[in-house]
Design a protein around this ligand. Structure first.
Ligand code: ZN
Length: 185
């Protein structure tokens, strides 16, 4: 079956290739939402993001971040959206995972905004609890690497008034999502 992104990988289209290595491609497609939109594509055909091996997903994410940084530096933009349309209901048109980096300016009227609305208690109960249980289960199966652990446990450099014998509380059973959020600056 013909896949538009495999065709790009095989260089059978007019997409302009910005960067290429053994397993990824960064391209400007011939159909874009706005000028400056860049696409990171794993060369191997993976339909949805869950199928990408973790290391390759990590690499694609880092490349998307580099593209985003380069876009800020060169296009005079004020923001980016980094998007994976995952599955039909997620707006995915081509059955091959890709990361889209879309440059944004204030009031650019791109249809990528949504209005949050209050979450009902029932929704919170059903979505949050189910996801939390699943993420805890997943996290137990994939413990953090020593490097990640040391990042999480780094003491604050400003806590000089504290005696060196800090109380060793056992860490709260945070979910994977909460731990990820703590790493944000
Ligand atoms: Zn493909």
């Amino acid at each position: 079956m013909k896949c538009d992104y495999c065709e790009i990988v095989e260089q059978k289209t007019n997409a302009s290739i910005l960067y290429e290595d053994s397993d990824t491609l960064i391209v400007v497609k011939d159909m874009v939402l706005t000028p400056g939109q860049i696409t990171v594509i794993p060369k191997q055909h993976f339909t949805i993001v869950e199928m990408i091996p973790p290391k390759l997903l990590q690499k694609c994410s880092l490349l998307a971040n580099k593209v985003s940084i380069a876009s800020f530096d060169t296009l005079g933009i004020q923001g980016t959206n980094i998007i994976i349309q995952n599955g039909l209901a997620g707006g995915q048109k081509v059955p091959h995972v890709a990361l889209e980096i879309i440059p944004r300016k204030e009031n650019d009227t791109l249809p990528l905004q949504w209005q949050p609305k209050p979450l009902s208690e029932v929704d919170l109960e059903t979505t949050f609890t189910a996801l939390q249980d699943e993420l805890k289960r997943e996290h137990k199966q994939q413990p953090a690497t020593p490097e990640e652990n040391s990042q999480l446990q780094q003491p604050s450099s400003e806590s000089t008034s504290q005696p060196s014998s800090k109380p060793k509380e056992s860490p709260a059973p945070d979910s994977y999502l909460l731990k990820s959020l703590k790493r944000l600056p």
